[in-house]
Design a protein around this ligand. Structure first.
Ligand SMILES: NC(=O)c1ccc[n+]([C@@H]2O[C@H](COP(=O)([O-])OP(=O)(O)OC[C@H]3O[C@@H](n4cnc5c(N)ncnc54)[C@H](OP(=O)(O)O)[C@@H]3O)[C@@H](O)[C@H]2O)c1
Length: 209
């Protein structure tokens, strides 16, 4: 599959692109700044410029799948959270529908909920609205909800579950590997699940959901 990675230059996005480049899939990295190209050139991965605050149909065109790994981050204002994590995400779903990229994988978060009252409710609500929109589409979607992201080396083992409000940690290595593995696990279509540290090999964990 030709897979567009949105947020490809991010800490998780770069891991996703690298794993895809080593797989049978063909990644395309969506980046915001041409200066970020070198990382992907080294991997032999094509790039396309795109910003979620503007139309991105051109970036999605020709893709079979989209992995959304972008986010406005914690150092920007709450307006950017809505513009990128909520509206930008929904924009990418509309583009996927318009351009025929049927498979859509969302990197969400535990706690994502449109009625969140958490300490970072603006973020959890934005992610919640994006998730709700995705679930209302006809796309072949999967929503992966990690806990607090860590730079720890991936173990290849995780814990998956239906409790979207579970608390815990998730290594970005394991998160990237899980998102990529979902592409080859059709049983994950139409599923939203939490992803935390655990002892179950990723493929086995995905078979169980
Ligand atoms: N941090 C946590 O503990 C945690 C927990 C659960 C879920 N999450 C979710 O996981 C996501 C990925 O985390 P991460 O740490 O890998 O993120 P990251 O390193 O901050 O990467 C986010 C990426 O999004 C891109 N981006 C931001 N605004 C954009 C826009 N307008 N258009 C296109 N791309 C844009 C950034 O581009 P540039 O490289 O150009 O800046 C960056 O590459 C987060 O965004 C969050 O939603 C995080």
């Amino acid at each position: 599959m030709r897979v567009l990675v949105i947020g490809a230059n991010g800490l998780t996005g770069q891991r996703i692109v690298k794993l895809l480049a080593e797989s049978a899939h063909d990644p395309v990295a969506m980046i915001r700044d041409g200066a970020q190209r070198a990382t992907f050139d080294e991997l032999g991965v094509p790039t396309v410029l795109g910003d979620l605050e503007y139309p991105i149909e051109h970036a999605v065109r020709g893709s079979d799948a989209v992995i959304f790994a972008a986010g406005s981050g914690s150092s920007t204002g709450k307006d950017k959270t809505v513009l990128v994590d909520q509206l930008g995400a929904i924009r990418s779903m509309v583009a996927a529908e318009t351009e025929g990229a049927r498979r859509y994988l969302m990197l969400s978060s535990v706690g994502a909920d449109i009625q969140s009252e958490s300490r970072i409710a603006h973020y959890h609500r934005a992610k919640g609205y994006a998730d709700e929109h995705l679930m209302s589409t006809d796309l072949d979607w999967t929503i992966v909800c990690p806990g607090g992201l860590r730079e720890d080396e991936g173990t290849g083992t995780v814990s998956v579950g239906e409790d979207r409000f579970a608390s815990g940690l998730t290594s970005r290595d394991n998160l990237a590997a899980t998102l990529v593995a979902c592409l080859d696990a059709p049983n994950t279509i139409g599923k939203r699940f939490s992803l935390l540290e655990g002892e179950t090999p990723i493929e086995e964990a995905l078979r169980s959901i």
